[in-house]
Design a binder for this molecule. Sequence first.
Ligand code: SF4
Ligand code: MSK
Length: 634
Amino acid sequence: MSNIEQRSIDPATQEVLKKAKEENIKTAWDRLEAQEPQCGFGKLGVCCTVCDMGPCRIDPFQEGAQAGVCGANADTISARNLARKIAVGASAHSDHGRDVAHTLHLASTGHAHDYGILDPVKLKILAEEFGIDINRTNEQIAQELSKKLLEEFGRQHGELVFSKRAPKKRKAIWKKLGITPRGIDREVVELLHTTTIGVDNDYKNIINNGMRCALSDGWGGSMIATDVQDIILGSPQPVRGKVNLGVLKEDCVNIVVHGHEPVLSEMAVKASRDPELIKLAKAKGAEGINLAGICCTANEVLMRHGIPVAGNFLQQELAIITGAVEVMMVDVQCIMPALQEVAACFHTQLVTTNPKARFPGVVHVEFEPEKAYEVAKEIIRFGIENFPNRKKERVNIPAQEMDLVAGFTKETVFQILGGKYRATYKPLNEAIISGRLRGLAGVVGCNNPKQTHDYFHVTLVKELIKNDILVLQTGCSAIACAKQGLLIPEAAKTYAGRGLQEICEAVGIPPVLHLGSCVDNSRILTAASHIIEEGGLGDDLSDIPAAGCAPEWMSEKAITIGFYFVASGVYTVFGASPFATLGSKNLTDYLTRGLADIVGGRFEFCDDPFKMAKLMIEHIDKKRQALNLKPVSY
Ligand code: SF4
Ligand code: MSK
């Protein structure tokens, strides 16, 4: 994939890739080329390194190599490999949730003064779900709530409290299968236990346990992260912003936040507006401080403050290659180790902030909730001091930037759709029932250099909205579509079918709604549960005319998200490689067909965005038919 146009459809990305080539700076696309051909056994999922009798690999063409030294066959090995990925993905989201719950605890006990209760309504809603008396001060409620939330991680008995948000029928399915999520840490640990040598050899059982672990993320760790962030950082409201590398400013100190946990980046937003720091920036010759983001930390500060997004996953190196970034401060997840080498080609200072994610030799300013604002100020001051080191002749910021509207949540979307006076899902349900809306789609996930950057996200989403499907997005997928102008209300007129267009125009929303970061996929689960509660669209999540897709996924977290969607009853399409399970036909069949019989949802693997759209539309139409809904009227 050496042709730059084949690497990305985004002109800003193409422009910086040309600069990288001219200056001989390697990016993810070059490193992928250097890795090719990638290991065939790894691709098929039939390589096992679980014990030291291995590594073993299943080779269909080598006599006697159909089992590892211990006797594990392709089904066991590939299911175990997949289960380990689910556990890792769940651990990442859930550990994020734990840290946020811990911050709530510190804030409520007076140890983290920079945070407060910014959404007291949500605080009380959550408190009631946990059976906490709400006739007390917000701090007292928050203190008890944080304790109970932290207990969800180590829960030894019973079920996760948020799993009760699911419709009755869904809970009954989980119960029957024994996959109702229990303690969050317990699910991760137990799943890992079952995949060590000589434990679970039944691929179906391994996957079922994997689903329970994934559910403990979707209806546990991620949901805690989302809801507690709303409490301490404020619940998002629709907000305008800008996206793409063009948001970097030539005349300003550019600070880029990157990663996933917004507790520190929230303070960076505040610090970037601090008069003392702005004065210092001006004294160093800059016009001011420009904060921008990459990946999901970007989505978080966009959702709450309209902070511009410089790019998605594959643009992290490119932001530095513009030559205009003074500091890239990173927290956890999706931060390429390569950043250190790329930053070394420029004046950019990479700053790590989390003890879980350090780079050798890189400046580390550790985030401490107790002195969060001071830490953020220190990092921004660092960037300001670095501004005079910028080499003007090496700066090349692409012109491309696009407007977008973000900040939709399960509450705001439906307040808007429901009118001024009452937040209700009724108009949404009625729009689906009447056929003005064909259905809903969640399009989420990463970029992967194996696919043309952004092409799958954008092509798929355009097809869906053309067919009157309202698209809900999170993560890097939302950033991809935003760059192409799909996240502004005007996009409805250009790209949406007539039914969707009418709805968007009536309420002033884009046809593609940005719901936030990767942990905010949990917002989709709760929104879907409200749809069922409202009535008229069946009695289980699997009844809703809806589908999910991660067209350019790459992360283990995406796999976990896929599994909690499927285990919640959602038909879910994945692009690129099918989780490296192809070495086991039994496992692939179970994921793509067998699961439908037991959980109502299933996977589909597809590498063509038009075909993905067709599959999703066919599924949505099938669900409409099952509900005896009118055919789509437009
Ligand atoms: Fe080989 Fe079995 Fe050990 Fe895996 S667990 S490395 S298949 S002997
Ligand atoms: S950041 S997990 S590349 S969506 Fe959430 Fe983007 Fe995927 Fe990371």
